[in-house]
Write a protein that binds this ligand. Structure first.
Ligand code: GCB
Length: 614
């Protein structure tokens, strides 16, 4: 705990300490015993993927007694009945049906398709502990609230469905047979982040990989290495060592550049890094160069793959490596291509982002929550700039301080996990939030926090626009807190018809770069008809044909990410025969069929008729 508070203090400065203490106290209610690791996927790991036993427990009687008190060592946790047990054991993991991990439960078992509630998971594994080695249970994501026990002892509890966390299990794991039990509850609640209403499927379960990671007694838990703005040759950042003595030496080496630097940790375990390199090739979409970077501290070492680039704004420009860039993007949900369900694997990422490349993109908006590390690694490799988003979506309880603490915790986890991905250029704070004072204050607080955690990237959010006749006005007060303004609009779908775009003017009251972060229309792949016939491919293509010239006329437009790459499941979309519980605004169907609008956008992106800045 000491280190946790200390590292927070370093990051936010003493002035904010009071807030930090109260935030940390609020976290303790829902997220206990977890640690955020940078580069967890670069650690030696024992995967716990595969089949886990599962028990569906809609009343959560495994955790709560008949008067709804939390059981200290819940019934479902004792695992095996022992002779002479005072109670009958009304469950048996050995006989329970299986669920695959990673994976949402909704697409694995028909009876769980619409299920929202608690499910228990159990897995046996054998293990051989090593001396001077600490073991962490790494969870890529568990939606939404999760509890973990190893060999019957509680190791952690976590809230938030889209961020990775780690629970120390060193003292409870032993040589030979072990077992892990998890309870995962995806019940939607008003005071959660996100809240009750979303336009995506509330996939439940252990949706991303689960593994055991090994580290030495004292180890590198977080680090940030980036190219300093205004230079093409200075690497800056820090490395944090957990549970080491202060004054320990940290080394950073980039063998390919023959560059090496060392620094000493301070009382809080943090070593500041600053060194010059020669011959650095900067990362860019055209040339996504990644360097192997070796970090060492005591007996710990980690090999990273990092691209070095800078991003900043100048007036209405977005500068990548000092040069104006236009973001030819598309929005992407973490929906698995072909099989549906939550995307998690390298293959899912390669397919989705491969399609984005084929479309001619240099940018993806990874909506509406932090995506898996596999997506970010693929974006680094493929050269796709990324908008990374936290799940502050639509109308949260913006005046509830507990909700703010939950949003802050998820933001911290998002940034601390993924801050070394060259691909990420934006931290997006929110999507389409209502214009109220409480909302603005809530998101201002998040924006300042994100800047405090990472001053090297740009802050954005997707705003709503208002209309005066044919003029769209962008003046949401939230824009003040942003470096880059994102706006969503659905001219031709939720309002007017495709041609309505032709007579639309834009009045943008901020002198900042603008990204149209959503526009689009639904089409069922293979459904053909007139270009003004809704749900057909022709209609969707027509919307795109009229949108692009309209957007091209906005002087400060610096990018776009139309809604969206691929169809995705949403319970809000029940229209039989057309939607069948899918939002059909994809340019590609969930089965990989490219719709006519895909080719309209591809042509514009590839022939340069959109976005002349680069
Ligand atoms: C929006 C939301 C997005 C929805 C989309 C739609 O404005 O940001 O999450 O899925 O519209 O299709 O209505």
């Amino acid at each position: 705990m000491r280190n946790f508070f200390q590292s927070l203090r370093t990051r936010v400065g003493v002035g904010m300490l009071m807030t930090v203490w109260s935030i940390a106290a609020a976290h303790a209610q829902t997220t206990q015993g977890t640690l955020v690791l940078t580069g967890a996927d670069r650690r030696p790991a024992t995967s716990l993927q595969g089949e886990w036993a599962s028990i569906v427990d809609p009343y959560f009687s495994g955790l709560f007694s008949f008067h709804h008190e939390e059981k200290k060592n819940g019934w479902f946790l004792n695992y095996k009945a022992k002779p002479g047990d005072p109670f009958p054991t009304e469950y048996d993991y050995a006989k329970a049906p299986k669920l695959k991990v990673p994976g949402d439960w909704n697409t694995q078992r028909e009876s769980l398709f619409f299920y929202e509630g608690p499910v228990w998971y159990e897995k046996d594994f054998s293990y051989q502990p090593k001396e001077h080695t600490r073991v962490f249970l790494h969870v890529g994501a568990a939606n939404y609230h999760s509890w973990f026990w190893v060999n019957g002892k509680k190791v952690c509890e976590h809230e938030g469905g889209f961020t990775a966390f780690n629970c120390e299990v060193t003292s409870v794991i032993h040589g030979g047979d072990n077992f892990v039990v998890a309870a995962v509850d995806n019940t939607r609640r008003e005071d959660n982040v996100p809240t009750l209403e979303t336009d995506w499927w509330n996939y439940g379960g252990l949706t991303r990989e689960v593994s055991l990671l090994e580290v030495p007694d004292s180890f590198i838990d977080q680090y940030d290495l980036h190219l300093e703005r205004g230079t093409g040759s200075t690497i800056a950042g820090w490395v944090h060592v957990r549970d080491g003595a202060s004054g320990a030496t940290v080394e950073v080496e980039i063998p390919e550049l023959g560059a090496r630097s060392s620094a000493i940790t301070d009382a809080e375990g943090r070593a500041a890094i600053l060194f010059d390199v020669k011959g650095l090739e900067r990362w860019s979409p055209e040339s996504p160069k990644l360097y192997k970077v070796e970090l060492r501290a005591g007996t710990d070492s980690i090999d990273e793959l990092i691209g070095f680039r800078t991003v900043e704004t100048r007036g209405n420009e977005i500068l990548l490596n000092g040069k104006p860039v236009f973001l030819r993007g598309v929005s992407v949900h973490a929906e698995a291509p072909y099989r549906t369900g939550r995307a998690y694997s390298d293959k899912d990422a390669e397919t989705l982002l491969g399609w984005a490349k084929d479309l001619g993109c240099n940018f993806v908006r990874l909506a509406h929550y932090p995506h898996a590390e596999t997506m970010l690694r693929a974006a680094d490799r493929l050269g796709l700039l990324v908008w990374s988003e936290n799940p502050v979506y639509w109308a949260l309880e913006f005046d509830n301080t507990k909700v703010l603490a939950k949003a802050e915790q998820q933001l911290d986890e998002e940034i601390d996990t993924s801050r070394n991905h060259a691909a990420i250029i934006f931290w997006s704070m929110a999507n389409e939030t209502p214009n109220t004072a409480a909302r603005t204050q809530f998101i201002d607080t998040l924006a300042s926090r994100a800047r405090g955690l990472d001053g090297t990237r740009l802050i954005t959010a997707a705003l709503l626009v208002r209309a005066d006749g044919n003029t769209k006005i962008v003046d949401d007060p939230l824009g003040k807190a942003l470096d880059v303004i994102g706006v969503n609009e659905y001219i031709g779908w939720y309002e007017g018809h495709p041609e309505s775009a032709d007579g639309t003017q834009w009045d943008i009251r901020y002198n900042k770069p603008l990204i149209v972060s959503e526009f689009g229309a639904d089409a069922k792949a293979g459904l053909h008809g007139g270009e003004n016939e809704r749900w057909t491919e022709e209609y969707q293509a027509n919307v795109f044909r009229h949108q692009l010239p309209m957007l091209n006329k906005i002087p400060q437009l610096r990018g776009m990410s139309p809604w969206l790459l691929m169809d995705f499941r949403s319970p809000n979309r029940p229209l039989p025969g057309i939607q069948d519980e899918f939002n059909r605004k994809g340019l590609i169907s969930d089965q990989g069929q490219k719709k006519a609008a895909f080719y309209v956008l591809q042509r514009a992106y590839k022939d340069g008729t959109i976005g002349k800045a680069d």
